[in-house]
Design a protein around this ligand. Structure first.
Ligand code: ADP
Length: 380
């Protein structure tokens, strides 16, 4: 039996279709991260699971029980919000025990649950303080503690780290992963931050325009994105997308070319029935491009527009002349290269770029689903 099951869930706000036929089955103990750009419906979906929004159609089951029409308090969930939502006049201990007090549990049980949660979250010495005496990270721990004391079937997190500074976010990511391992609880976590998704999730659900684009483990999605949206959403700096045209087909092989790019012969894993003249999008991640001194190895050449020295790595933004980039905010001709070393490049410097032929993605023109490429040969 699934811990949480969403069956054909739809949500309309008037004529606006905010959730489109959402199907998802979550196993006991999974850490599911729902990720997607602002406005894709993440919060609406989480609130629908929590019972803070009513769904327009479909079913929500928690531990096999249909809770689609149940009140939030009857669903067996506990939610942690970005804003912490603590009561300012209550102490940390009172905030953490609030849910159990409302449920009229005996005092001894509440005290024990609060003490246990405080120990797990290492805030035992803060129990008598009020929220305003705590740092942002400590407040969020109290909010998580309040959820833990209720021993919910499913924990729901709505962008809980967004109000914290970068260093604390990193620390809390590690702590949340540890907490998940310790509690073995089912957690559903919403964020727009793909790093949080990649680092914490057992499985990531990528949402776009109210629909699920793909569900899978972080590395499955990173390595085998179903479409251009998922490929572009996961990974920072994001994948480069180049506009290419099929200029030859032979069996399962195609040859593609584009201005500013050496022609590529690509062997497809499955027949794609592409005809000559078809426009495709070629994807390559920044870490799969290298700078070569021997120009004969290069598939693209250009000059450095901007260098970012990040210490252990260097990001180059290269102006590759008339190379046609698509689906990108960086503009035509721009290609991003991520080098895992300190590279002494300077703006305006000419560079020759080699693409790792084993790491190319091809996307169809119609909505960008991935065409499976087995290997590519880059012609010189
Ligand atoms: P996300 O959390 O992914 O940023 P939301 O779930 O908050 O997105 O919103 C999804 C879409 O639904 C947005 O376009 C938003 O404007 C719309 N929406 C959210 N809540 C309401 C509401 N109460 N009434 C009308 N439209 C809403």
């Amino acid at each position: 039996m699934s811990s949480l099951e969403l069956r054909n869930v739809n949500k309309n706000y008037g004529s606006y279709h905010a959730l489109r036929s959402i199907d998802l089955s979550v196993e006991q103990g999974e850490f599911i991260v729902m990720v997607g750009p602002s406005g894709c419906g993440k919060s609406t979906l989480l609130k629908s699971i929590a019972g803070l929004e009513t769904i327009s159609s479909g079913q929500i089951l928690i531990n096999g029980r249909d809770v689609s029409k149940a009140e939030p308090g009857e669903r067996g969930i506990a939610m942690v919000f970005q804003s912490y939502a603590l009561y300012p006049h209550m102490t940390v201990a009172e905030n953490m025990g609030f849910g159990l007090r409302m449920a009229k549990r005996p005092k001894a049980e509440i005290d024990a649950a609060v003490a246990q949660a405080a120990k797990i979250l290492r805030i035992t010495d803060q129990l008598d303080k009020r929220p305003k005496q705590l740092s942002g990270g400590q407040r969020q721990r109290v909010a998580i503690g309040r959820a833990i004391t209720r021993s919910p079937d499913v924990f729901l997190f709505d962008e809980p780290l967004s109000n914290l500074d970068a260093a604390l976010r990193t620390q809390m990511r590690v702590e949340l992963s540890g907490l998940h391992a310790e509690l073995g609880a089912t957690m559903v976590y919403v964020t727009h931050d793909q790093i949080e998704a990649m680092t914490m999730a057992s499985r990531i659900v990528v949402l776009n325009k109210g629909a699920i684009e793909q569900v899978g483990s972080p590395l499955e999605l990173y390595r085998n994105p179903d479409n251009l949206f998922v490929a572009g959403f996961l990974g920072a700096p994001r994948m480069n997308f180049l506009g290419v045209t099929v200029d030859e087909t032979s069996g399962n092989s195609i040859r593609v070319s584009a201005p500013g790019l050496s022609p590529l012969t690509i062997e497809l894993a499955t027949p794609a029935h592409l005809s000559k003249g078809t426009a495709l999008t070629l994807g390559i991640r920044p870490e799969n491009i290298s700078v070569v001194t021997d120009g004969s190895e290069a598939a693209v050449s250009g000059h450095v527009r901007l260098v970012e020295h990040l210490g252990r790595e260097t990001i180059l933004y290269v102006d590759a002349g008339n190379l046609r980039t698509v689906a990108s905010e960086s503009g035509t001709g721009n290609i991003t290269v991520q080098l895992s070393y300190v590279a002494p490049f300077k703006a305006e410097q000419p560079v020759a770029l080699k693409l790792d032929a084993g790491q190319l993605y091809l996307f169809s023109p119609d909505g960008g689903h991935t065409i499976s490429a087995r290997k590519a040969i880059i012609e010189r």
